[in-house]
Write a protein that binds this ligand. Structure first.
Ligand code: ADP
Length: 579
């Protein structure tokens, strides 16, 4: 091997710089030129990647070591040069305390010259030559080695700048593409995002997971790069990924940027595969809630910088927006369908109730007629008992039909109040007396403290009173009393209001029912009523009526100790002729 002069060496390297587009090849030429110029057995180049120097070009060393062998910054002569930024030349390296052989090298190195690849204040790598024998007189050739190292540094820098530009352009393009991508089908969309992020950041792995709305169960998980995605069906079968490491990220929204998971107390326990050494993760917010994680990782430490974080954050917010928008339109379609179904049901109920009302009313009228006849005929006492029961049942049927018609009116906006000025005490008294005529099983008592004038819909308030009394009778044992009181009190807002309370001595209402009995169609779980099952609409309609008057209705009860239902209606001052 002929020895190259410094001039020849530089000329050769500068020559390939303009001819060869591939940086790897240029570095290869630099390594072998350095070797020839130094008349060494080996010429090689280690580049700084994270906290290590990785062998990226070599001449005279086994080629399988390239890309595999690395040393820590600060370790061995090469590591020391990278750390200190100073050239070192040793005639007998083995006697040097700092010397550490390159992992995998089998040759017996003696002479060693290592030049830092300096770029402004940074050292981006080292260019080294090694010989089994001491170098021939090297003199100014060390300057040549340093020049070659500097050329290598600039080549790397150019390459990195170019790569950065290319990546930035790719990233901008990707963001644009994501913004225009439809989310008709979630999995392909997420897969596209994961793949694109993987190539735009040039990482080893990308993982995009979407969580359940309410828990931290992963429902969608896709992976970019070589490992592929999982459909919800796969996930149902598979074990859930461990997300303990992301608890903070989901709770606070703080991204995770970890240069080395092996040095992180929590992460090292979760990411045990050698594929994950450094990691970057950001939350994905959908509809204002953090419901996903976008994570990229690399098998190398120190792989991620602030720019990567900025890019990933942009992607995550685009994913959140797109998925959120798709969620919303899906939900709108669903609500639309639900509303149409609801409306059809209401119309049907309304029509059926309306059609039923007339025949039932006719039935009731005939029954009343027959009953009256039977009552005056002493031979027909058993008939009158039967007819009495028939009348009771037709009354119940009519009241259920009325409830359904009321419900339909309320839900279709046709429920209007017809206000008049009347005395609530008097109305309560009359309703109770009428009911007592029909109900022999209970004593119905009314206590009223004088007149209570209200401006309200009399027929509707009568409906409320009747419903509360009817329930009190229905849900308490025969022979017990039902008491209704009517009075006034000062309301929460300071004004006077009327208050009606209906108490019974029944089985009471369990706490879990108490919160729900005013809901539409809700019926208590306890089946202790006295034989008559209603529709679960009475209290719902009562509440609607009371609230439309500006009042309030509520219940108090302890199981086994009876119940008291109260409702309020604002009072109006008595008119002169009524007082
Ligand atoms: P229903 O037609 O079932 O009586 P309501 O809306 O009037 O419907 O009442 C809803 C539920 O509230 C009833 O099913 C019953 O469980 C409970 N409830 C109402 N009033 C009383 C009461 N006075 N005592 C015990 N439970 C009652």
């Amino acid at each position: 091997m002929s020895r190259l002069s410094i001039g020849e060496a530089i000329q050769r390297v500068v020559g390939v710089l303009s001819d060869v587009a591939n940086t790897g090849e240029v570095l290869q030429v630099i390594a072998s030129t350095a070797r020839q110029m130094m008349q060494a057995d080996e010429g090689y180049l280690l580049l700084r990647e994270g906290g290590r120097l990785v062998l990226r070009a070599a001449d005279g060393l086994p080629s399988h070591l390239v890309g595999k062998t690395s040393v820590r910054i600060g370790e061995g002569i090469e590591g020391w040069v990278a750390d200190q930024g100073e050239l070192v030349a040793l005639m007998d390296a083995r006697h040097e305390r700092r010397f550490r052989d390159l992992p995998g090298r089998t040759s017996m190195v003696r002479a060693l010259a290592v030049a830092p690849m300096r770029l402004r204040d940074d050292v981006v790598g080292v260019l080294a030559t090694a010989g089994m024998d001491p170098f021939p007189p090297i003199g100014s050739r060390l300057t040549g080695l340093q020049i070659l190292a500097s050329i290598a540094a600039v080549t790397i820098e150019n390459d990195r700048l170019l790569e950065q530009e290319r990546r930035r352009a790719q990233q901008a393009e990707l963001l644009l593409e994501l913004a225009s991508l439809g989310v008709d089908d979630l999995v392909p969309f997420l897969q596209r995002v994961a793949d694109a992020v993987n190539s735009a950041l040039g990482v080893d792995d990308t993982e995009l997971s979407l969580l359940d709305d309410l828990s931290i169960r992963v429902v969608y998980l896709v992976r970019g790069g070589s490992r592929r995605g999982h459909s919800p069906a796969d996930l149902a079968r598979e074990e859930q990924p461990d997300l303990t490491w992301a608890a903070d990220l989901l709770a606070t929204g703080q991204p995770v940027l970890c240069p080395d998971v092996t040095k992180d107390r929590i992460l090292k326990g979760v990411f045990t595969s050698s594929r994950v050494r450094s990691l970057l993760a950001v939350p994905v917010a959908i509809g204002g809630r953090r419901r996903g994680i976008l994570r990229v990782s690399s098998g190398l430490p120190d792989r991620f910088v602030a720019e990567d974080l900025a890019f990933l954050t942009l992607v995550a917010s685009q994913v959140g927006l797109s998925v959120g928008r798709a969620d919303l339109s899906r939900r709108q379609i669903q609500i639309g369908r639900e509303e149409a179904r609801q409306q059809a049901r209401q119309e049907f109920l309304g029509q059926v109730s309306h059609e039923l009302k007339t025949p039932v009313a006719v039935l009731k009228a005939y029954t009343e007629l027959l009953l009256r006849k039977a009552e005056i005929d002493s031979h027909r006492t058993s008939d009158s008992e039967v007819l009495g029961r028939m009348l009771e049942q037709t009354d119940r049927m009519l009241s259920m039909i009325e409830q359904l018609l009321d419900l339909q009116k309320m839900e279709t906006g046709q429920f209007a109040l017809e206000l008049s000025h009347f005395d609530l005490s008097e109305l309560a008294q009359r309703v109770a007396e009428n009911l007592q005529l029909a109900v022999k099983s209970h004593r119905i008592l009314v206590r009223a403290s004088g007149r209570v004038w209200v401006m309200a819909d009399k027929r509707r308030i009568e409906e409320v009173l009747l419903n509360l009394l009817d329930n009190a009778v229905k849900y308490s044992p025969e022979g017990s009393s039902v008491e209704m009181t009517v009075g006034t009190r000062t309301g929460a807002a300071g004004g006077q209001e009327s208050i009606v309370s209906v108490s019974d001595e029944g089985m009471g209402i369990p706490k879990r029912d108490l919160e729900r009995i005013f809901e539409r169609f809700y019926q208590g779980q306890g089946k202790l009523h006295r034989g008559h099952v209603g529709l679960g609409l009475g209290l719902y309609i009562a509440r609607e009526i009371v609230e439309r008057h500006g009042g309030r209705v509520w219940a108090e009860s302890t199981t086994g100790n009876g119940s008291t239902f109260h409702f309020t209606v604002p009072v109006t001052p008595a008119q002169d002729d009524e007082a």
